[in-house]
Design a protein around this ligand. Structure first.
Ligand SMILES: Cc1ncc(COP(=O)(O)O)c(C=O)c1O
Length: 451
């Protein structure tokens, strides 16, 4: 199968860099896809992996067995929520976790809760959201372009409401409170349209990652969504696959607001990129219902709760703790933001620089005032990303498109490792800013009106 673009061969990883075949050291300013959060070769992860491997318990058939390390990891995560979440299950990809969440919500309503309901088969997601690549996870995603090829094959039990996207969608002079009220009403209207007993769950990324580019919800938004879900007995599902596990400066992005979900998905950075592992955290209401009804969750994967992956995940999380990396995220995040704004804030094609913690995006526009995006055929974000990989810039930035309406709109994401130093912040800002300035200079020169 041909990749979208030619790939570069990586010889090795060093610190937060990819060393390419020709010796170019590409600084990873986005942790890949917001995955690598503690560098590439931490000895403590290696030790934990080897220890688990040597026990001869890398894989276990979960039908009959469990390993202590999976329990330890689950307990660590539950503790990290201050006991606000009750249970955790581990899967492979983030998409696997999203599929599991849909099935759990369905089973909760149909079988586990006290007054079971058969008809709750719909989910509500947000427009332009991305929750994964499997057909079910894609069906839950509101990203038009990513759905397009597969539309006829999708189950279509998802409806969308607008995201919380103040840069583009808060009206002039609209307060946060009024904006939240409008979004709350949109959710209520959608629930009422589908039927108040038809919706199983509402899924939200507390800080939207790849789909919109590091868009944090405005104050009061998550609480308002929680209120609506409670009123209609709908499960509130937080997708923290990209924004969770320290990325925003909180172990869980929802902790900033204090709004607790019923189901939470984590992935990407869970094992720092050393292993493929995602997790589904289950809140007390759902866990109690399953316990009370004696229901077992009717869902399983061959590699779920994989002990070797769990060992690497636990080692990664302990490193975040031991090395006080959340503090570093909170300290370096604002420095990164300030320096990006100083350098790029007045660039004519930079519309917005936004984010939290070490999770920042730069959205590009053709016109700062009207916020008109570039034509999608120009592939602005992708082109910038590709140019970044050349020797001259040597920086990996994560591109995203469809930011405005699922087709048009471009941004890049910066999501560096949690252990970055101030010198590395400077490297990121210098290389990324030069890349953007040079790219648009070239674009201007290539435009017919300017030639
Ligand atoms: C918010 C979000 N949810 C789910 C996924 C799917 O995760 P995976 O690619 O590991 O299946 C992604 C991947 O980019 C994501 O960003």
């Amino acid at each position: 199968m041909r990749p979208k673009r030619p790939l570069f061969k990586v010889e090795r990883g060093e610190g937060n860099e990819y060393v390419l075949e020709d010796g170019t050291c590409v600084y990873d300013a986005a942790g890949g896809a917001a995955v690598s959060c503690i560098g590439r070769a931490d000895k403590r992860v290696e030790k934990a992996m080897v220890k688990q491997f040597r026990k001869g318990i890398s894989y276990l058939p979960s039908l009959s067995f469990y390993a202590q390390v999976s329990v330890d990891l689950a307990n660590w995560l539950v503790d990290s929520t201050d006991g606000k979440m009750a249970q955790v299950m581990f899967y492979g990809s983030g998409s696997n976790g999203i599929d599991a969440a849909q099935k759990l919500a369905r089973q909760y309503h149909k079988r586990a809760k006290l007054n079971p309901e058969e008809d709750r088969i719909f989910f509500i997601a947000r427009d332009r959201s991305y929750h994964g690549a499997t057909l079910d996870a894609l069906d839950l995603s509101g990203h038009k372009a990513r759905r397009a090829y597969y539309e006829p094959m999708l189950a279509k039990n998802m409806r969308t409401v607008p995201p919380c996207y103040p840069y583009r969608e808060r009206l002039d002079n609209e307060t946060d409170a009024a904006y939240v009220q409008r979004l709350k009403q949109a959710l209520v209207d959608m629930i009422e349209t589908l039927g108040p007993t038809k919706v199983a769950g509402f899924i939200v990324e507390p800080v939207v990652g790849a789909a919109l580019g590091c868009v944090a919800a405005v104050d009061g938004y998550l609480a308002a969504m929680r209120e609506v879900c409670d009123k209609y007995d709908i499960l509130l599902i937080f997708d923290e696959i990209m924004c969770g596990l320290g990325r925003t400066g909180y172990m869980h992005a929802w902790q900033k607001s204090g709004v607790v979900p019923d189901i939470q998905l984590i992935g990407k950075g869970l094992a720092g990129g050393f292993a493929e592992i995602s997790g589904m955290l289950v809140g007390h209401k759902v866990a109690k219902a399953f316990k009370g009804s004696g229901e077992a969750f009717a869902h399983g994967h061959t590699f779920q709760n994989h002990p070797l992956a769990c060992a690497m995940a636990l080692a990664t999380l302990k490193i975040i703790d031991e090395d006080r990396l959340l503090e570093n995220v909170r300290q370096k995040g604002p420095i990164l933001a300030r320096k990006l704004r100083e350098r790029l804030g007045s660039h004519p094609y930079v519309g917005d620089i936004r984010g939290e913690g070490l999770f920042w995006a730069i959205e590009f526009v053709m016109d700062k005032l009207t916020k008109t995006p570039f034509e999608s055929k120009l592939n602005i974000a992708d082109e910038i990303h590709r140019m970044g990989l050349t020797k001259q810039y040597a920086v990996w930035v994560y591109p995203g498109s469809g930011t405005v309406d699922g087709t048009d709109g471009d941004h890049i994401i910066l999501a560096p490792a949690f252990n970055i130093t101030e010198e590395e912040v400077d490297i990121i800002v210098e290389r990324t800013a030069t890349l953007i300035e040079d790219y648009f200079k070239g674009l201007d020169e290539s435009m017919p009106s300017n030639s």
